[in-house]
Design a protein around this ligand. Structure first.
Ligand code: AR6
Length: 169
């Protein structure tokens, strides 16, 4: 079973095999975690995202799915892009948010990543209450069967950190 760890900080500073991006289905960038990853990681990531759009994901990456690209200049081997549900649009569909964590770990296993950093998917621009997002994140990765050895949640602020810490207790 993977060890779960918590860090307060910026996900783009993490040295791990794979960094998970809270992307949108366009895969072409945005704000929050997505913006930070593309800024720090450089244009190679976007180039691979464009190639994915031109090949497998002409209509975009569906909500709840995940796909990997290079991590460019980040201290990681891969970025795993996943698309969380928008809270209001999905009606708070917990299964879709859980799918993001499960699918990201599945992709990590395909690539052989042993350390994976996750942000609080959907808890920013996509509007999920942090406590709910944290519960689903922790429950889902705990239940997942994966070869990943460390699952690191990287939380940007104190409130997010506290919400995840409460779930780990
Ligand atoms: N490191 C760690 N956590 C961060 C960072 C960072 N550098 N930056 C923000 N957070 P969000 P979402 C926190 O909005 O809700 C984008 O525009 C943030 O405080 O990044 O899934 C995409 O393109 C919050 O707690 O992701 C999509 O359109 C959490 O990460 C949309 O936002 C997630 O916030 C996705 O929205």
């Amino acid at each position: 079973m993977a060890t779960l760890t918590l860090v307060r900080g910026d996900i783009t500073d993490q040295r791990v095999d794979a960094i998970v991006n809270a992307a949108n289905s366009s895969l072409l960038g945005g704000g929050g975690v997505d913006g930070a990853i593309h800024r720090r990681g450089g244009p190679e990531i976007l180039a691979e995202c464009r190639a994915l759009r031109a090949s497998h994901y002409g209509r975009g990456l569906p909500t709840g799915k995940a796909v990997a690209t290079t991590a460019g200049r980040l201290e990681a081997k891969w970025v795993i892009h996943t698309v969380g549900p928008v809270y209001q649009v999905s009606g708070g569909d917990e299964a879709l948010l859980a799918s993001c964590y499960r699918e990201s770990l599945r992709v990590a296993d395909v690539f052989g990543a042993r350390t994976v950093a996750f942000p609080a998917i959907s808890a920013g621009a996509y509007g999920w209450p942090m406590e709910v997002a944290a519960r689903i994140a922790v429950e889902t990765v705990r239940a997942a069967e994966t070869e990943v050895e460390e699952i690191r949640f990287v939380l940007f602020d104190e409130q997010a950190y506290a919400a995840f810490a409460a779930q780990l207790r």
